[in-house]
Design a protein around this ligand. Structure first.
Ligand code: GAL
Length: 448
């Protein structure tokens, strides 16, 4: 029995040895094989002539604007196939959810729409953006782009994005015939009291909802302008994470104004996109809408004329201020078409690119050498204000001003507030969040 076992044991060892030798020789022989056409191609990313990018410009005027920019690109690079992926959803909240996991997984397109400032930080921190100082230098951008915008495109002293536009956030849009019909002079509206008096007048004349508002981010957008209306000192404290008391009188006052504001708005806000809210002003269903000047694009594209059919004034209390919303593109690391990515960035920030995109978008060029004749009366006044206003402030709701987690909390708080109007709960949640994430306020804003 033992002898038999021993025989089987020896046989097994032989089998193992033989198969090991076979396997090893197989491995080594394949290593030594000369390369043939049948062998698998080496994994090298081939640059084909295409450009892929993501954006959230899907309203009528936004699409027209990005198409004009693409045309400038294809005129210059006719053999490059441009493949945009537009993702519906104002202010980019939907697109950001789509793009972030792609970029973090190393699957970024050649470029994507991104607000300047904090919104880029997660990508920068993860080392997923190429520094593009060379583009800023070769295109001589520091000479034509003001320092406030330059700073928003930088991390650790290096450029990681190029701006495509400057939007103004603190604008009240109005339907001119509707105000005229009700003897309301928009030039006389300077304070929140003036504004609410005009709303009362409209209401008593039968305008059910004098103000249009939309989904959560548009309510947060309004609230942000109300914060700014409490003064640049306060706004600076907010973006620097310094407002940590729920009973801060400036915060309390902001919620008071917001509550009053909401008493004049449409009840179907949550299902209302920003461009539908703007269309209701266009149609004269409501008189006012606080919105960034991408709304200007929507008035224009239906043929309305600024100063004749519609108009605008600064959000009460902010006439010496310019709320900044800046869209950018960048060069993510490891993209499939790096040359086209750079070509795109150069076109985006070029004079021709800016002057094709911005006149339709409603915004102004980031460049001081833009062709002003291409811009409408609103934009020409915005260009003058951009040069002359006393204070600029970065939008939080549009990605630049505050850490991403504060923005998430702000939208959550505002979504709850428009339903329950519980100012103490809202102010407590915001200030608690500010304290909890204090280490994330890595940028110090000097707004004065
Ligand atoms: C902003 C963006 C603008 C405009 C707007 C509405 O965040 O900066 O370019 O697109 O959203 O979608």
């Amino acid at each position: 029995m033992r002898k038999l076992n021993m025989k089987i044991y020896i046989l097994l060892i032989c089998l193992v040895l033989i198969s090991s030798v076979f396997l090893l020789s197989g491995c080594s022989s394949s290593k030594n094989l000369p390369e043939t056409n049948e062998s698998a191609p080496p994994v090298v990313k081939q640059e084909v002539n295409a450009l892929t990018f993501y954006d959230w410009w899907t309203s009528a005027s936004e699409s027209a604007a990005i198409n004009s920019l693409i045309k400038v690109f294809t005129d210059k690079y006719p053999s490059t196939a441009v493949m945009p992926t537009p993702v519906v959803g104002g202010a980019g909240y939907t697109m950001i959810e789509v793009i972030k996991p792609l970029v973090l997984a190393g699957e970024a397109p050649d470029a994507f729409q991104m607000h300047a400032g904090y919104e880029a930080k997660p990508y920068f921190d993860a080392g997923l953006l190429e520094p593009i100082d060379d583009i800023w230098q070769s295109e001589n951008l520091e000479n034509v782009i003001p320092v406030v915008i330059r700073d928003m495109c930088k991390f650790d002293g290096h450029y990681y994005a190029v701006p495509v536009d400057v939007h103004r956030s603190n604008v009240v849009w109005y339907n001119k015939p509707l105000l005229e019909k009700n003897n309301i002079d928009p030039n006389s509206i300077k304070t929140w009291d003036d504004f609410f008096a005009a709303c009362d007048k409209l209401k008593s004349a039968g305008v059910k909802y004098p103000i249009q508002i939309g989904e959560t981010w548009t309510a947060s957008h309004v609230f942000e302008q109300i914060l700014a209306s409490q003064g640049i000192d306060f706004y600076q404290d907010v973006v620097n994470g310094k407002v940590t008391s729920a009973s801060d009188p400036r915060l309390v006052k902001s919620f008071e104004i917001f509550q009053k504001y909401l008493s004049y708005t449409n009840p179907d806000a949550s299902g209302n996109t920003w461009d539908v809210a703007t269309k209701r002003i266009i149609k004269g269903e409501s008189a006012f809408n606080i919105m960034g000047d991408w709304a200007n694009g929507e008035f224009k594209i239906v043929g309305m004329v600024y100063g004749q059919d519609y108009g605008s004034f600064a959000v009460p209390g902010t006439s010496n201020m310019y709320g900044l919303v800046v869209d950018t593109f960048q060069h993510p690391k490891g993209v499939l078409h790096p040359t086209n990515s750079d070509n795109w960035l150069r076109v985006v920030v070029s004079k021709d690119g800016q002057d094709a995109f911005n006149p339709q978008k409603g915004s102004i060029s980031v460049r001081s050498d833009s062709d002003i004749s291409k811009y409408d009366a609103y934009q020409q006044s915005a260009i003058a204000d951009f040069k002359n206003v006393t204070y600029m402030y970065p939008s939080m709701v549009h990605g630049s001003g505050a850490p991403g987690s504060f923005l998430l909390k702000l939208n959550e708080v505002i979504a709850a507030y428009v339903n329950d109007l519980d100012a103490v709960k809202a102010a407590t949640a915001l200030t608690e969040e500010t304290k909890n994430i204090s280490s994330q306020y890595t940028k110090v804003w000097y707004l004065k």
